[in-house]
Ligand binder design. Structure first.
Ligand code: DGL
Length: 265
């Protein structure tokens, strides 16, 4: 029996995590849910967002009966993993800012973190910095614009390079002659903008995307081993919580990951 996974985000960002899960476990029976009705999560206050996700997740678990849930969203994971784990017996695999690997890789010890305003404010994120990046200068940047820009790009709408540069530039700093050399993509939407970010970045840096590590964690939590490259990909379905239909460009993106767009009733 293949593993039944529910992969969840506020939008298309979680597909950057799903891509890695598919690479390692193509046979997984995956349902993807984008909570577009509440997008973007980044601007919500913590309390109402937590209540909203906990209630929605209860309905989704009842409806889809997954073996495990992947919260492919930093803004949600840095907030709701404890209440979800307290309420449900199935495993929850979260996505949290990859501050530890970034601090380990940085040669200059100047690290940027690109996140949503919600993730930026969380105690969880501040604790990660205190625990794992004590010897680094960390510039935490919370952007309300980047996730919507990624959504626009994935719908096939034009994205303005100047707007993108304005959002990422604050993560590029110089401290006592040392410059940012590593940037954490602490929102699952951002890997979909990586080519454009590299093109407009003030200077080259190493970008840290935790998706592969999260996929490995999914396998280890479910006691599974990676399937050989080229193993057949199972068909899955993707839903929008608004009940709307997916746009054509989004459907093309979904199909790359073996997903068809479906309507949530
Ligand atoms: N993809 C989400 C994350 O990883 C957030 C996007 C949003 O809804 O603001 O944080």
């Amino acid at each position: 029996m293949s593993a039944r996974l529910l992969v969840f985000d506020s939008g298309i960002g979680g597909l950057s995590v799903l891509r890695e899960i598919r690479r390692q476990l193509p046979s997984a029976d995956i349902t993807y849910v984008a909570d577009d009705a509440a997008f973007p999560y980044g601007d919500w206050e913590a309390g109402p967002l937590s209540d909203h996700i906990v209630a929605l997740m209860g309905r989704l678990i009842e409806r889809f009966g997954p073996d495990a849930v992947v919260i492919a969203c930093n803004t949600a994971s840095t907030l709701v993993l404890p209440p979800l784990r307290a309420l449900h017996a199935i495993p929850f695999i979260g996505t949290v800012p990859a501050i530890k690997p970034a601090a380990e890789r940085s040669g200059s010890h100047v690290v940027g973190v690109l996140a949503t305003p919600g993730t930026m404010k969380r105690d969880y994120t501040r604790d990660l910095i205190r625990s794992f990046a004590r010897d680094c200068h960390v510039r935490l940047v919370g952007s309300s614009e980047l996730a919507p820009l990624a959504e626009a790009a994935m719908r096939g709408d034009p994205v303005d390079d100047a707007a993108l540069r304005t959002e990422i530039e604050p993560a590029f700093i110089e401290v006592e002659g040392r410059r940012t050399d590593t940037i954490v993509l602490a929102c699952t939407h951002y890997p979909f903008l990586i080519d454009r970010m590299e093109a407009v970045a003030p200077w080259p840096v190493t970008w840290i995307d935790p998706a592969e590590a999260i996929a490995r964690r999914v396998l280890s939590v479910l006691s599974l081993t990676a399937e050989p490259p080229g193993a057949p990909m199972a068909e899955g379905q993707a839903f929008l919580t608004s009940g709307k239909a997916w746009a054509p460009a989004q459907l093309r993106l979904l199909s790359q990951f073996g997903l068809t767009g479906a309507i949530l009733d």
